[in-house]
Design a protein around this ligand. Structure first.
Ligand SMILES: [Zn+2]
Ligand SMILES: [Zn+2]
Length: 207
């Protein structure tokens, strides 16, 4: 008759791993004391490995898993990432161990939302043409810019059309090209920031 050398539990009354009962056996699993991520309270983006990225459960799970180290064969995370169920194979037997994770998403504001709320823009997209086409393209630009991680900070209705103030010149140009639109381009100096000249680019688009 064998007893757990640590707590005295008798073999057969519970699961044993080697000489120890499952509660006393020390699985070598290392979990960080804290698993913290910054999350933008406006757009739900998450800062992962120093970079802001669109919220995705998969990306967060991958990150959490990458922080868990040790002698386990697989791990299943709780949907809120506050717990992990490790599967360890020991002596041909599968043992499951549940651990709590000190996971939290800390509210923050991502740089894009910060710029957006400050009315920041780099480019003006001047949509000109029939109203129906203007609204269609205003919607398209808004959606496509957001997918690129930037934004429209302002829309100005004019009698000749609609002006969209966009957070990124590079993304704006990429979208215009993807949509196959013809455009005119003009650049103006908008000021200086830390000794660097700031330019604003206007794209005039006939729809
Ligand atoms: Zn024990
Ligand atoms: Zn954001």
């Amino acid at each position: 008759m064998h007893n757990c050398p640590r707590c005295g539990a008798a073999e057969g009354t519970k699961k044993f791993v080697g000489p120890f009962c499952i509660d006393c056996y020390e699985f070598r699993i290392r979990i960080p004391d804290k698993l913290e991520l910054q999350q933008c309270k406006r757009c739900a983006s998450v800062k992962l490995r120093g970079e802001w990225t669109h919220f995705s459960e998969k990306k967060i799970s991958d990150w959490v898993e990458s922080k868990l180290k040790g002698e386990f064969d697989s791990v299943e995370l709780a949907p809120d990432w506050k717990g992990a169920k490790f599967t360890v194979e020991k002596d041909g037997e599968k043992v499951q161990i549940e651990k709590e994770l000190n996971f939290s998403l800390n509210p923050d504001i991502c740089p894009e939302c910060n710029k957006k709320s400050g009315g920041y823009f780099e480019a003006i997209i001047q949509l000109r043409g029939p109203d129906a086409r203007i609204s269609k393209y205003a919607k398209l630009f808004t959606e496509m810019l957001e997918r690129e991680g930037t934004f429209i900070s302002k829309m100005v209705e004019l009698k000749e059309g609609l002006d969209l103030y966009a957070g990124s010149t590079k993304s704006t140009l990429a979208i215009i090209k993807r949509l196959g639109l013809t455009y005119g381009i003009s650049t103006s100096l908008a000021g200086q920031k830390q000794g660097k000249r700031l330019y604003r680019t206007s794209f005039s688009i006939r729809l």
